[in-house]
Design a protein around this ligand. Structure first.
Ligand code: AMP
Ligand code: MG
Length: 322
């Protein structure tokens, strides 16, 4: 009996000891903050920052964004967009066709406020080469003849894009980064990576969460360097369009890079910055630019057409509103 009691006691002791050690291991491991890898590269004319617990995430994101850039960048003479702009017609890849077709839908939904055919106008104001210039009214009106999404033909049967007037130029600066982020997220998911934050110069995608908590994204004060709000996001994208991102001043007047395709002049809708949260990067990116042009009321009406979209606007009177 004594022997049985002794071995039972020994067995119990061993198990308790093992249990305590096991709890300690789990406790220490669980309390340790999750290691996050961070990497940055300049792509699509901006800093692309990737944060993820997966070491290989940054390489996957950079590779995919570089691939999309080589299709859509107007600065790369070999890209499909550059060749289309030069030739006036081109049979493009399904991806380029998809982005241009989405741009067409956005043009239609925004009553022309979002218009990728503003290429020549962006050049005229000097935003392409960063050699800023205030054009004359005549110059603006001449260029407006070559602006308008109704002046291009999209053929979904053979992915052919054709300009009806030679000389039109498209510029995907308001939508390409969002689309590139979506493509990068798809590649991450295919590789089994479920947690990653991509920030491509104000165009953010939050894949999954950060060790069980949402990713935190700062919203910048358009007239200061501080954050004015923090958004907590999982599996969604956030995009900000603001008059502070690219602009120049002449005789005390500020001219920003988002143009009103109707007037040919920088958008002047009373908005300083607009932040859009959407399920996809493409939608967030295109909508933030469109709402910047449309102004608060019409912009909010447009946003209502898109499910799962939230909008925050800072107007000139400096109100932060949802
Ligand atoms: P974002 O920073 O996403 O708002 O995009 C701004 C960029 O989109 C500009 O630098 C131009 O290249 C282009 N853009 C400017 N105005 C418009 C517009 N009304 N519709 C579409 N793209 C535009
Ligand atoms: Mg945009």
């Amino acid at each position: 009996k004594n022997f049985i009691q002794k071995s039972f006691g020994h067995w119990l002791f061993c198990h308790w000891t093992l249990l305590v050690i096991w709890c300690l291991v789990i406790g220490i491991y669980g309390c340790r903050p999750q290691r996050l890898y961070k990497d940055t590269q300049v792509l699509m004319g901006t800093f692309v920052e990737v944060t993820s617990p997966a070491k290989e995430a940054a390489g996957i994101v950079f590779g995919e964004i570089r691939r999309i850039e080589s299709l859509l960048s107007k600065y790369d003479p070999d890209s499909e967009v550059a060749r289309l702009n030069r030739n006036g017609e081109l049979k493009v890849s399904p991806e380029t066709f998809y982005v241009i077709n989405k741009s067409y839908e956005l043009w239609s939904a925004s009553s022309g406020a979002f218009d990728i055919t503003i290429g020549l106008l962006v050049d005229l104001w000097g935003f392409t080469e960063k050699e800023y210039y205030v054009p004359t009214e005549e110059e603006v009106n001449d260029v407006l003849e070559l602006v308008g999404m109704n002046k291009i033909i999209l053929n979904p049967l053979n992915n052919m894009i054709k300009f009806t007037i030679p000389g039109i130029k498209i510029d995907l600066g308001a939508i390409a980064k969002g689309y590139a982020a979506d493509c990068a997220v798809e590649k991450l998911r295919e590789s089994g990576i479920q947690s990653c934050l991509i920030n491509a110069g104000g165009q953010v995608y939050c894949l999954g969460d950060k060790a069980g908590s949402p990713w935190k994204v700062a919203v910048k004060d358009p007239r200061g360097s501080q954050a004015i709000d923090y958004l907590e996001l999982k599996n969604s994208s956030v995009s900000t369009s603001g008059d502070y991102e690219q602009y120049f001043t002449k005789e005390g007047k500020r001219y920003s890079h988002i143009l009103n395709p109707r007037t040919g002049y920088p958008a002047d809708s009373g908005i300083l910055s607009v932040t859009v949260i959407a399920p996809s990067g493409l939608t967030a990116d295109a909508l933030s630019t469109s709402i910047f042009v449309l102004g608060k009321e019409k912009g909010m009406e447009l946003a209502k057409k898109f499910p799962g979209v939230k909008v925050s606007i800072i107007e000139k009177n400096n109100k932060w509103q949802n």
